[in-house]
Write a protein that binds this ligand. Structure first.
Ligand SMILES: Cc1ncc(COP(=O)(O)O)c(C=O)c1O
Length: 422
């Protein structure tokens, strides 16, 4: 029996995988399967293995840490990699921050919501259409990209309001000179007038670039406007940087790439290069109001995960990977744009930042073509290229290779994509 067959006997349908690949080894941008295939992985475990699979420095750091301490419990004691990683993250995000470690993206987002409520003493949260924030009840409550994530779990967290995230490729509003339509700015006034008084709103939470919702890059002027709304009303601006964070956009965090600073942000996925770790990072004055015991957990900031994260930062520095990610990401987008010129009726848009890129696949009249996206990713896998789809209409193919992916590997992926598009 294959791993997939064995697994499906002991796990519910809910846990079915996107592929039937049984993996025995990962190395760099490649996965190796139980039936002897070598797969070029442009998913990186959903934006987790930013240095590629099993980077030797990460493996070495984790092994070394295991020899001295595997679990300390941050409720009880202090240990070096935990403190050092916290210091590094604070220093690399402006120095005026504090942070708290958890284990997963959803757990960090829960923490961020709790912090915003605690700090402001307000009940309401504003989230966005097409968003994805995780699978816990609170995260499902603020997720607006898939009704299936909410079905049968209601009632969810109360006092959550949804605003529209600007997807300018599919906007129903009139665009002048390529600028963000006013409606996306004005919606907050309308919401505050008709639905919820701003003095009741603890937080506006958003992905600085939407992930699962379709790799949607919002206009910076809109992000600046949301910042202004938050400042005017004492609302916490929270960025969910679970997918965008830790180098993916060419800076450590997307807020640094986009130039709009939130009050609180969350980081997970790539933070531990595959070892589970996440964090809520916030402005010092906000974090300082979070009293002892107001939030917690057992495993957050595991020593091995912290050591892996520190090794990841060292490699990012030594190999100048943020710059590399920006440059190579641009090369990748240029290649995708050439592909678009070859298939102008099928690729509606090429978009992305750094090494977080996507193509929007369309049919006649620019309509989203989910079946085509599935076909492309299935055929690509037959050719040993692993691609993920996303988007509320499931017609986006996203590319999330390691941020140190080689140009030849990009060329290999583009070659396969060209072949399957044909
Ligand atoms: C933007 C975003 N937020 C939150 C999450 C949830 O993270 P986790 O699966 O680690 O709980 C994800 C996962 O894909 C994500 O992409």
């Amino acid at each position: 029996m294959t791993l997939a067959e064995r697994c499906q006997k002991v796990m519910p349908p809910m846990a079915l995988r996107a592929t039937n690949l049984g993996i025995t080894k990962g190395s760099g941008a490649y996965l190796y399967t139980e039936d002897g295939r070598k797969i070029l992985d442009f998913g990186s475990g959903i934006a987790v293995c930013n240095l590629g699979h099993n980077h030797e420095r990460v493996v070495e750091a984790a092994k070394k840490q295991m020899d001295s301490l595997i679990h300390g419990c941050h409720n009880l004691v202090y240990y070096e990699p935990y403190v050092k990683l916290a210091e590094e993250l604070v220093a690399r995000t402006g120095g005026n921050k504090m942070l708290y470690f958890s284990n997963s993206g959803a757990e960090a987002n829960e923490g961020a919501l709790k912090l915003a409520k605690y700090h402001t003493r307000r009940p309401a949260i504003i989230s966005f259409t097409n968003s994805f924030h995780g699978r816990t009840i609170a995260c499902a409550s603020i997720t607006g990209s898939n009704a299936g994530y909410r079905k049968y779990y209601e009632p969810l967290l109360p006092s959550v309001y949804f605003a529209e995230y600007p997807n300018l490729f599919r906007t129903p509003y009139k665009m002048v000179d390529g600028k963000c339509p006013r409606e996306y700015m004005d919606q907050f006034d309308v919401m505050f007038h008709k639905l919820v008084d701003p003095s009741m709103v603890a937080a506006i939470i958003l992905e600085p670039i939407q992930g699962e919702g379709g790799y949607i890059v919002p206009p910076v002027e809109w992000l600046q406007h949301v910042r202004k709304v938050c400042d005017e009303h004492g609302i916490m601006m929270i960025f969910d940087e679970v997918q965008t964070g830790f180098g993916r956009t060419g800076e450590l965090y997307a807020y640094q790439t986009l130039g709009v600073e939130p009050d609180i942000f969350t980081t997970a996925k790539a933070l531990g290069s595959g070892f589970p770790i996440s964090a809520v990072i916030g402005k010092k004055e906000v974090m300082e109001s979070w009293a002892r015991g107001a939030h917690g957990g057992t495993f957050g900031g595991n020593p091995v995960s912290c050591a892996a994260s520190l090794a990841t930062l060292e490699v990012i520095d030594e190999e100048n990977l943020l710059d590399y990610c920006k440059k190579t990401g641009q090369y990748f987008r240029d290649e995708l744009t050439k592909l678009q010129a070859e298939f102008p009726d099928r690729i509606g848009e090429v978009r992305g930042v750094g090494m977080m890129n996507a193509i929007e696949l369309v049919g006649e009249g620019n309509v989203p073509d989910a079946a085509f996206a599935t076909q492309v990713s299935n055929k690509a896998l037959e050719e040993n290229l692993l691609l993920l789809t996303c988007g509320v209409d499931k017609n986006i193919v996203r590319f999330i290779p390691p941020i140190n992916v080689k140009k030849e590997e990009i060329d290999e992926a583009i070659g396969i994509l060209r072949k399957v598009m044909k």
